[in-house]
Design a protein around this ligand. Structure first.
Ligand code: PLP
Length: 392
């Protein structure tokens, strides 16, 4: 039986660029000791305190249908947190609780794009972006950033593709590059989306992992609150990836329609998960900094190791749990480098090519294993790149 184009085209055809990852997983399954620096998952589980709160909530009976937009206390807590962090007046009517940031990304595009609409997103990009847009029947249009610009988006590049586009999806701090958009970049983005009457979808799931200064949300810029949907999540900030808890912040009329979408899709997020999320948020910023601390530490370790060589250039990692390295001096593509590193040293990294065209010739290193093996793997990676670059 025929399936819809919308669902059969989600992956857009072609390779998904995750071959290295699958090979590493197969090697592990066959008993090889592989150092995996691939996916964005903490090396700690969700804290026992949060799990206790979840357990208590479930035992207290919060196991029935929960309020579809989110339980009021959690919507209030998210609104208060966003208001405190951005200065933008935010109430529960601006908040929809979702099953993680991914569901929020899907719902945000569903809310603003009609089938066939052009939906822009920045390249390099988080792996699901084009599929999320296609799953909504919209047309994904990548806007390339350049290594020479440190992968900061250029307003002119966005404007050049903005004609008839309905939305622009941005992500700062960025996965995969670790780049944090500068104030100038965000001001340029705000100008373009206003000039072209577009929605901005701002994926801020790494907003607690900023290594200098504080996170700037474009929703706080003049004229932006009414055209911005912010995607948030507890996955990265509270090591709660498996709990599937996130949100969309946006103008009240948009949230009202998004609640209709939630009613007709997930029908809300489990109440005991939301109670645990509320407990976690109430632990405050020190807890969030504690979760981010290992990545801050490993970034410093990595920059120290890299400062002792001059072959591999790190894209300035100003946030998130990743480090993007320019491996072009080795003469290999990111994919060839990653396969050869995996085969020679059993270290798995993601080729830049997995994240679009703009990061070709780069590799992404997830800083998600303990400090000592992380530093050892990076030393080995640098030695491998040096061997490749300087023939014996
Ligand atoms: N956005 C970005 C940039 C991500 O890296 C991820 C996960 O890695 C997500 C969204 C989705 O996160 P979740 O659905 O776990 O909240």
């Amino acid at each position: 039986m025929r399936l819809s184009d919308r669902i059969t085209h989600i992956n857009g055809g072609g390779s998904d660029g995750w071959g290295v990852f699958y090979r590493a997983r197969a090697m592990k399954a066959a008993g090889t000791n592989v150092t995996e620096l691939t996916i964005g998952e903490h090396d700690i589980p969700t804290s026992p305190d949060i799990l206790t709160a979840m357990h208590r909530a479930a035992l207290a009976g919060h196991t029935g249908y929960a309020s579809v937009p989110g339980i009021p206390a959690l919507r209030d807590a998210v609104a208060a947190r966003v208001q405190a962090r951005t200065g933008v007046s935010t109430t529960r009517d601006n908040v929809l609780i979702t099953a993680g940031g991914q569901a929020a990304l899907f719902a945000a595009h569903h809310a603003v794009c009609d089938p066939g609409d052009r939906a822009l997103f920045m390249d390099p990009y988080y792996a699901t972006y084009p599929g999320t847009i296609r799953a909504n029947g919209a047309v994904p249009v990548p806007v390339l950033t350049a290594p020479a610009d440190g992968f900061q988006p250029r307003a002119e590049a966005i404007a050049a593709l903005a004609s008839r586009a309905r939305s622009l999806l941005i992500n700062s701090p960025n996965n995969p590059t670790g780049v944090v958009y500068s104030d100038d970049t965000l001001a340029g983005i705000a100008r373009v989306v206003q000039d072209h009457d577009m929605w901005l979808i701002s994926d801020e799931v790494y907003d607690t992992q900023v290594w200098h200064g504080s996170h700037l949300s474009p929703r706080a810029l003049p004229g932006m609150a009414e055209r911005t949907l912010v995607v948030g999540s507890m996955s990265k900030s509270h090591a709660m990836t498996g709990s599937r808890l996130g949100w969309i912040i946006g103008p009240q009329p948009a949230i009202a329609h998004l609640i209709d979408l939630a009613t007709n899709t997930n029908y809300g997020v489990p109440g005991y998960i939301q109670d645990a999320g509320l407990f976690a948020l109430n632990q405050g910023p020190a807890t969030e900094e504690g979760i981010a601390a290992p990545f801050r530490r490993r970034r410093a370790l990595a920059l120290d190791i890299l400062s002792r060589q001059n072959i591999l250039h790190a894209v300035p990692p100003e946030g998130a749990m990743y480090l993007m390295l320019d491996i072009r001096p080795t003469g290999l593509s990111g994919e060839d480098f990653a396969y050869r590193l995996l085969d020679a040293h059993h270290i798995a990294v993601m080729p830049g090519e997995s994240f679009g065209q703009a990061a070709a010739g780069h590799i992404r290193i997830a800083m998600t294993i303990p400090d000592a093996p992380f530093a050892a793997a990076l030393e080995q990676l640098v030695a491998f790149a040096t061997e490749l670059t300087i023939p014996a």
